[in-house]
Design a protein around this ligand. Structure first.
Ligand SMILES: [Zn+2]
Length: 140
């Protein structure tokens, strides 16, 4: 409310300057009205562009959010074996779900098992194997 009041005061002050500046050419109130009206129009156009930009930003954020959610989703079977859940699972959350078939609460544990990975030294194993076999054939 204060910002609207402040905007009206500021717009009026700028319009007053235009009014005084152009009072000898087109008259004070004509210049004041034109300046006031054009400021309102510019503000409306600017605001509509801002709303469009915000909508685009929100859509991008929502898309990223859904992407992250899809990375967390998993399918698992209820212990009653009559229903398969497809839910988002989070490591630091309770991950409790209610089975719609048997009505029991199901808690999902996430087991983290780190696996040491080796670096691939030779990525041309296929070709080196071929050279070995052709060498073996040549000597035979
Ligand atoms: Zn169930």
């Amino acid at each position: 409310m204060i910002s609207i009041f402040f905007s009206v005061i500021l717009t009026s002050i700028i319009s007053l300057f235009f009014g005084f500046g152009l009072s000898n050419i087109i008259g004070f109130w004509n210049a004041f009205s034109i300046a006031f009206g054009s400021q309102v129009i510019i503000a409306l156009v600017y605001k509509s562009f801002r709303i469009d930009a915000d909508k685009k930003d929100n859509a991008a954020v929502e898309e990223q959010f859904n992407e992250i959610l899809s990375l967390c989703s998993a399918s698992f079977e209820c212990p009653c074996t009559r229903y398969t859940f497809t839910e988002e699972l989070f490591i630091n959350a309770d991950n409790e779900f209610k089975c719609p078939v048997c009505g029991s609460n199901v808690k999902v544990n996430i087991n983290i098992s780190p696996i040491l990975q080796t670096d691939v030294l030779a990525d041309n194993i296929q070709t080196s194997l071929e050279s070995v076999t052709t060498e073996a054939e040549a000597t035979a």
